[in-house]
Design a protein around this ligand. Structure first.
Ligand code: FES
Ligand code: FES
Length: 158
């Protein structure tokens, strides 16, 4: 079946059954491989993308459910929050094996796009479903706090 979905601002017409997980359409049809497969059961967060600005698990989201919606992947996020998070991730050297990190970064960006001053509980709640087998959680939290500070400083100076 032919469907059109909008990913990172571009309409893509893909041939897939309606129940095909969005993750496989993103990776195999559109060939954006930044979004990862971890568990396939909405348990790890490796496959996190945004739909209309909110974080979703693309491994359990049928492609038919996203027609007419704006999907954003790690490759396409360009907000101020995204820039601050990516910079902080580099500066804090968060990544270890990297496998979970696209999902972690998309989750962190989504948090900061919706809450410019999250407290520890907000951060824990937003990130709790993103699993890291390399245990980078301390660095993730530190990077999110750096990104918040960066965004605050930008606001003050701008
Ligand atoms: S691959 Fe989607 S939550 Fe694990
Ligand atoms: S950095 Fe290796 S799983 Fe998170």
């Amino acid at each position: 079946m032919s469907m059109t979905i909008n990913v990172n601002g571009i309409d893509h017409t893909v041939n897939a059954t309606p129940d095909t997980p969005l993750l496989w359409v993103i990776r195999d049809h559109i060939e954006l491989t930044g979004t990862k497969f971890g568990c396939g059961q909405a348990l790890c967060g490796a496959c996190t993308v945004q739909m209309e600005g909110q974080a979703i698990r693309s491994c359990v989201t049928p492609v038919s459910a996203v027609q007419g919606k704006k999907i954003t992947t790690i490759e396409g996020i360009q907000s101020d929050a995204a820039k601050a998070v990516k910079k902080a991730w580099e500066e804090e050297q968060v990544v270890q094996c990297g496998y979970c990190q696209s999902g972690q970064i998309v989750a962190a960006i989504t948090l900061l796009e919706n809450n410019t001053n999250p407290n520890d509980d907000d951060i824990d709640t937003a990130m709790s479903d993103n699993i890291c087998r390399c245990n980078t959680y301390v660095r993730i939290r530190s990077a999110i706090k750096s990104a918040v500070q960066d965004l605050t400083n930008q606001k003050r100076s701008g």
